[in-house]
Structures are given as C-alpha cells and as structure tokens.
Design a protein around this ligand. Structure first.
Ligand code: PMP
Length: 379
C-alpha cells in the first residue's frame, strides 16, 4: 500500500529503541520510563471494578460523563484558578494524547507554523506534521533553567507562528514556570496573536512552588487550550483518560472530530476518574511526597558526581548534562555496561542534545542502585 507522505516523514519514536534494547537484557533498572511506578489509588480502581459489575459498559456522552466534567471544573477552579463551564468548555478524551491531537487538527490549516518549545514531549512535532502544519522549534536554554522566555520566543521567529505549544511542568527537563514568568509568554502570545496550547499534565506534581496556568492571565483564556489528565498525577496511564479545557468554540470544534473518531473516552476509566477526583487527594499527596524524596536524592547524587544538573521542580524527571559529548553513545554504553536505562536528551528536540533524561518514577531501592551504577560508570 502507498503510505501517505506526512506519515512516512515522521520517524519512529527514539525512546522505543531504548526500551527494545533493554528488553533483551537481564538485571535492567529503567530510569527511562515516562510513567508512574505506582498503581492508581485503590478507591479509583474499586470504582472502575464496581462500574463493570453493574454492567456500565456503554458509551458515555461524547464530551464525557456530565458528573466527571463537573468534578473536573470544580477541581481545576479550586486548585489552579481555572474556571470552565462543564457544558461546553471541557472535553474528556482518551488520554491527554487525544486532546493534543484534536487541538492540532482543530487549529492548524495546511502549512501553518506551530512553534514548539523544546526540549519537549516527543508527540508534539509528529502531531503537528500529521495535522499538516510546519514545526518551528523554539529552543529553551539551560541558562534559563529551560523556561520559555520572551527573548527565546522572539529569537526563534515564533512571532510568525499561528500556534504555540509547550509543557510546564516539563517533560523531559522537569522545569516549571511561575505565574510571573508565564506573563512573558502571555505578552508574546497577545502581541503576535498566537493560539496557545498549554500541556499541564504534570500540574499536580510540583515540588517547590504551586502550579500556575497561563490561561488565568489577562486576555489568555480566549486564546488558550489547556490539557490535563489522570495518567501522571493519579497513576492511571493505562486507563487512557485526559481532558481539554478551552473557549467554547475551540472545545465545540474539537468535539466535532472526537464524536466521529472516538465517540467517547473509555467509560470504565471515567468511573475511576470520578472517584479519583472525589477521594484520592491523600493518595496523590503520598505519591508526590515520594517523588519529591527521590528528586532530592537524584539531584544531590548528581551534584556529588560532578554532573551539571539543573534543579528540576516538577514532573518526575531530572535532566543532567551528559558527561560525554555524545548523549546517545553514553546512554547506549551505560545500558550495555551497567544495565541502567536513561534516555538521551536529543530525543526531545532542540536543546536536548548533550543531556540525559533520568526518570525517578522508580522505587527507592532501584533508584539508589541505579545511581551507584551510574557513579561507578562515570568514574
Ligand atoms: N503530555 C506529556 C508532557 C506527557 O509526558 C505525556 C505522557 N508521557 C502525555 C502528554 C500523554 O499523556 P496521556 O497518557 O494522558 O495520553
């Protein structure tokens, strides 16, 4: 069969290659994964099981169960000051991934430029290409702690873009942005009339300051779509549930695609999510506390090893500079010789080169052992 060019143009994910290598080896400790090592809170799992026992196996409303949308609205308002109408400004999706894809397909005309703040999650650039857009990399810098600044946006030519997409707390760097820092991005977006796609899937996992959303800043609500979901904070990656928050016309248009391509997000997962939002703050706080302990350990051990490591304040990643010039070679040799898997930063686009993504979504014992092995390897 002839495969469409825009699909052929996108290379397979660089992260996968490392997992495939790791799968062939014994005694592997993976600091390569981008998902929690915890299971979903028990109450959420129990609610999913009960819903199945009760035979709740049908589609839901296209936009998601009304009760879930109401709870999402309340939770976002209480925590992040994000106010959205559950009727027409919230869309429940199959993971944040679906929400991101829908937003690209909804906003991008063929040939439109999409500014992508990098290093970043690996799906944005392919998603833009699949939607017919052109990717403009916006390279954030180590000296700015990988934050997005007015200057970096301007220097990259983002003024000519139609859409800007970014993620804070960030995958892969662990960088976060405060409300004041986001003001610069907001000013740039307003001046140059950019639509903003703000991936806030790690909003619940910050360690040194509260999460802030750009959508709460002056004049930004009407030009921003926020993505969030249950995968990271509630350790529900496999249940595939996320959501988008945005202005009525954008969410309505996204739902137009969703109702034909997905119909509704997974029903069982929606039951789990309803329970998670009502009763799992304690379980989430426990996971967050453990991530924070591991984060502090990883950062201090890297410092002792003499690795230049920026102080990550969110998600579950550290992003040290690689001690070798070639991060790919280092990651491959580290895996082969010590059995520790990390991901070379180059996988995450511009600015990632020369760094390593180290995920601390791994139990403390394994994490300590992996750090010991890394130290011996570097020595
Ligand atoms: N955005 C970011 C930044 C991520 O790291 C991930 C998962 N790795 C996703 C979105 C996708 O999340 P979901 O499981 O909700 O599709």
């Amino acid at each position: 069969m002839k495969i469409a060019d825009r699909v052929e143009r996108v290379p397979p994910s660089g992260i996968r290659r490392f997992f495939e290598l790791a799968e062939e080896m014994d005694d592997i400790i993976s600091l390569g994964v981008g998902e929690p090592d915890f299971s979903a809170p028990w109450a959420a799992r129990d609610a999913a099981i009960t819903s199945l026992e009760q035979g709740k196996t049908s589609y839901t409303a296209n936009r998601g169960k009304r009760e879930l949308r109401e709870l999402i609205a309340e939770t976002m308002d209480r925590r992040y000051d994000l106010t959205y109408d559950p009727d027409d400004q919230i869309l429940v999706t199959a993971g944040a991934s679906e929400a991101i894809d829908l937003a690209f397909r909804t906003l991008i005309e063929p040939g439109d430029t999409v500014a992508v703040a990098q290093p970043c999650y690996v799906s944005y650039a392919p998603g833009v290409t699949f939607a017919g857009g052109e990717v403009l990399p916006v390279r954030t810098r180590r000296e700015d702690d990988f934050k997005l600044t007015y200057e970096v946006l301007e220097a990259s030519g983002a003024a000519d873009a139609e859409v800007l997409v970014y993620c804070y707390p960030n995958n892969p760097t662990g960088a976060t942005m405060t409300r004041d820092e986001l003001e610069e991005v907001a000013a740039f977006a307003r001046e140059h009339d950019l639509a903003v796609l703000s991936d806030e899937i790690y909003a619940g996992l910050t360690y040194e300051h509260e999460h802030a959303s750009i959508a709460t800043l002056d004049g930004m609500r009407e030009r921003t779509i926020v993505f969030n979901g249950f995968s990271k904070e509630y350790a529900m990656t496999g249940l595939r549930l996320g959501y988008a928050l945005g202005p009525t016309e954008a969410i309505t248009a996204m739902n137009r695609i969703h109702q034909y391509t997905m119909l509704s997000a997974p029903t069982t997962a929606q039951h789990a999510a309803i329970e998670a939002l009502q009763s799992s703050d304690g379980a989430v706080e426990e996971m967050r506390t453990q991530y924070d302990r591991r984060r502090k350990l990883v950062l201090s051990r890297f410092e002792e090893m003499g690795l230049d490591c920026f102080r990550a304040k969110g998600a579950f990643y550290a992003f040290p500079a690689c001690p070798w010039d070639d991060g790919n070679e280092f990651a491959e040799a580290l895996l082969e010789e010590t059995g520790v898997a990390v991901v070379p930063g180059s996988v995450f686009g511009a600015g990632g080169d020369g760094h390593l993504r180290v995920s601390y979504a791994t139990g403390m014992d394994d994490l300590k052992e992996a750090l010991d092995r890394i130290e011996r390897f570097i020595e």
